[in-house]
Design a protein around this ligand. Structure first.
Ligand code: C2O
Length: 547
């Protein structure tokens, strides 16, 4: 087994965007952060050393972490944070996956600037069409203010956090923002070639449409799983998701600059920033007649769906199908041991007496799963579980259904106050789980990109309205459903997932809209050890941080 070593030094770095300079938390001074590259089957040994004042953890988003849960990274779930001056070595193997994933900080909102790509190459000699060239595009969100101050202020008052000032491609807002034309992503291509674009949505709070003027994209992989290729002019990518697309360049390009653009799909009631981040696609061999005229090339713009085009979203997601062939079978659980029904959405919470919250009767917005808004513990759940010290840390009564039935996508119920707790759901080893995630319109319907750590799940069904437990399962796709780690629960609808609990440990599940995570739209699963040695989680590494 090949071992690849990386050093991640967490340091502050001054950076100017939109004519304003601020200090950001980075890995090795880079923004976006360095890319991790490995081949399927390799071991990664990444030493993270914290030189800043903030508590840090790093999560390897989408890496399955088979029996290596100590390296997964979400703060207070699998580990205590790495404190200032301390370090921790993340040590794990990447296997059974190939393609694009990413890493990001998993404490508070630090992932705004602490993120980067993970590229897993297929095994040597595996059949793999070589693209002419490849490029990684990470979408992000930029605040002029310090993002920790933004979320801390919001949590203190219960008001919505301030909106970001720009979306970015590889950290660059692009020419459509004031003071930003030099900070523009550029893609120089040659005619008649195939480029692989690795797309990563690292934005904090926004799903994004992405398109390149006059070019068709072929989607070939999502969340490091090959899919049946399909062509589209626009892709939709939620925070947390990754997507490989092929770009075939024009063999005979017109003399033009092609705009690359991304802007939000926003289905919810909250205000959002409907601006566009853009870059330029240029052809390297311009028409000789035009050589001196480069600056005056006409700019062609892509057309992106309306910000609230939920029909596009449903349609796009339904096109994503596993390859499901003999080389890459879709291992969909055919039977189900545990049926779960989780409502996801917003509600309100009573603030404590010494807080001044902005809602009626000193309340604030909260977010919940089955009416439980998750409270972050003071110590890591995985340690508490492993050493049998759950008392005072978590309870195992996470509800299998919402506390009461109502018209989830209709008028809100009388009581919209949610409960709080650090509740987990226990799964015996190898339980086959089906969980239906039902969006609620209590404060307003909204798409929630739900992310599950430690597993890929199969998206066996999705639809609008309330899930019908009699009729809808008859239409489930157990042949070639999408296999993902993050899925958008349709706005005003539901999605049904299946996964096999074959990975012992504690696994976080949360909305990847960071503001919803902050508000409590999260929970954890505990998958118990199996009987055999290779079905058990090994003990923690000796340098595991202490709380
Ligand atoms: Cu991409 Cu829990 O994270």
């Amino acid at each position: 087994q090949l071992i690849r070593h990386y050093n991640f030094d967490i340091t502050l770095q001054k950076l100017t965007r939109l004519c304003q300079t601020k200090s950001i938390v980075t890995v090795n001074g880079q923004f976006p952060g360095p890319r991790i590259i490995a081949r399927e089957g390799d071991r990664l040994v990444i030493k993270v050393t914290n030189h800043v004042q903030n508590n840090i953890t790093i999560h390897w988003h989408g890496v399955r972490q088979m029996r290596s849960g100590w390296a997964d990274g979400p703060a207070y779930i699998t580990q205590c944070p790495i404190q200032s001056g301390q370090s921790y070595i993340y040590n794990f193997t990447v296997s059974g996956q190939r393609g694009t994933l990413w890493w990001h900080a998993h404490t508070s909102w630090l992932r705004a600037t602490l993120h980067g790509p993970i590229i897993i190459l297929p095994k040597k000699h595996a059949p793999y069409p070589q693209p002419f060239k490849e490029e990684t595009l990470i979408f992000g969100e930029w605040w002029k203010a310090d993002t920790e101050a933004v979320i801390n202020q919001a949590m203190k008052t219960g008001s919505a956090p301030n909106l970001s000032d720009a979306y970015t491609i590889n950290g660059l807002p692009g020419p459509l923002y004031n003071c930003s034309s030099t900070d523009t992503f550029k893609l120089n291509v040659e005619p008649g070639q195939t480029y692989l674009l690795r797309l990563i949505n690292a934005a904090l709070n926004n799903e994004l449409f992405f398109s390149i003027a006059n070019h068709t994209l072929s989607v070939v992989e999502t969340d490091a799983v090959y899919i049946k290729p399909f062509k589209t002019n626009v892709v939709l990518i939620t925070p947390g998701q990754t997507m490989n697309v092929l770009l075939k360049t024009n063999p005979n390009p017109p003399n033009a600059t092609f705009l690359i653009a991304a802007r939000p799909y926003a289905s919810g009631p909250a205000t959002f920033d409907n601006t566009t981040t853009a870059g330029f696609l240029h052809y390297k061999t311009p028409n000789p007649n035009n050589l001196n005229n480069n600056k005056k090339l006409p700019l062609l713009k892509p057309s992106l769906p309306n910000f609230n085009d939920t029909a596009f979203s449903m349609n796009f997601n339904q096109k994503i199908r596993s390859l499901a062939n003999s080389k890459f079978p879709a291992k969909v659980p055919k039977t189900v041991d545990k049926h779960l029904f989780f409502t996801v959405g917003l509600g309100i919470i009573q603030c404590s007496k010494n807080q001044k919250c902005q809602g009626p009767n000193n309340t604030r917005v909260a977010a919940s799963i089955n009416n439980v808004s998750f409270v972050q513990p003071n110590t890591a759940l995985l340690q508490a579980h492993f050493f049998n010290k759950s008392q005072g840390v978590y309870t195992t009564d996470f509800p299998t259904n919402p506390p009461f039935k109502f018209n989830y996508t209709g008028a809100p119920p009388n009581n919209i106050v949610v409960k709080t707790g650090t509740k987990v759901m226990i799964l015996p080893y190898n339980t086959s789980v089906e969980v239906v995630l039902q969006d609620t319109s209590i404060i307003g319907a909204e798409s929630h990109p739900l992310h599950l750590h430690g597993f890929n799940f199969f998206v066996v069904g999705q639809g609008f309205g309330n899930f019908d437990s009699k009729k809808d399962p008859l239409k489930f796709n157990v042949v070639d459903p999408a296999e993902r780690n993050t899925v958008g629960v349709p706005s005003g609808g539901w999605v049904a997932l299946r996964f096999l609990a074959d990975n012992p440990g504690v696994w976080f599940m949360h909305c990847h809209l960071e503001v919803h995570t902050s508000w409590g739209l999260k929970m954890a699963w505990i998958v118990q050890d199996g009987k055999a040695h290779h079905q058990k989680l090994p003990p923690p590494p000796s340098d595991l941080p202490k709380c």
